[in-house]
Design a protein around this ligand. Structure first.
Ligand code: OFO
Length: 170
């Protein structure tokens, strides 16, 4: 049985993951509006993955007989100055999520909650990938600077990202 503290922290993480989805959906809409359909696609795949991250926590809580409490979401930003600024904001957000996951691991360790500790390992690996993905795109955007041909090439590349639903592992 999960502790009250752990249940509250996992419910809070569902909110974090759903906010991530909200944020990336807002970024996707912005990219669509400025004519960068590939980047809009990349962000749309990202926002779908974030919902899966939330559902993985949700399913875990249900499997433990714990109460789900859906919390209020903040309004995400709607406009940004440039694609580079958007991906930098994405990386900053992922670094925040990594801290949240590490905090959950700390609680699980303190409470000797092996089941939650094991479940969280997936998220630890996922965060390494999430930060790396954002960093790779930032590096490319930094390389091309204001070159619009380069921007369209990156946009084309990001159009290829495909959403693969996460099979609930719980
Ligand atoms: Fe972006 O990894 Fe979940 O939040």
């Amino acid at each position: 049985m999960l502790s009250k503290k752990m249940v509250a922290a996992l419910n809070e993480q569902i909110r974090e993951e759903l906010y991530s989805s909200y944020l990336y959906l807002s970024m996707s809409a912005h990219f669509s509006n400025i004519g960068l359909a590939g980047m809009a696609n990349w962000m749309d795949v990202q926002q779908k993955e974030e919902k899966d991250h939330a559902m993985k926590f949700y399913n875990y809580l249900l499997s433990q007989g714990a109460e789900i409490k859906l919390l209020q979401l903040d309004e995400p930003p709607h406009t940004w100055k440039s694609p580079l600024e958007i991906f930098k904001a994405g990386l900053k957000h992922e670094q925040h999520i990594t801290k949240c996951i590490n905090n959950l691991v700390d609680i699980a360790e303190k409470e000797k909650d092996r089941a939650t500790f094991n479940m969280l390992q997936w998220y630890i690996d996922e965060q390494v990938e999430e930060e790396e993905n954002a960093r790779t795109i930032i590096d490319k955007l930094n390389l091309i600077k204001a070159d619009s041909n380069g921007l369209f090439m990156i946009d084309k590349e990001l159009a290829a990202r495909v959403y693969v639903p996460l099979i609930p592992a719980v």
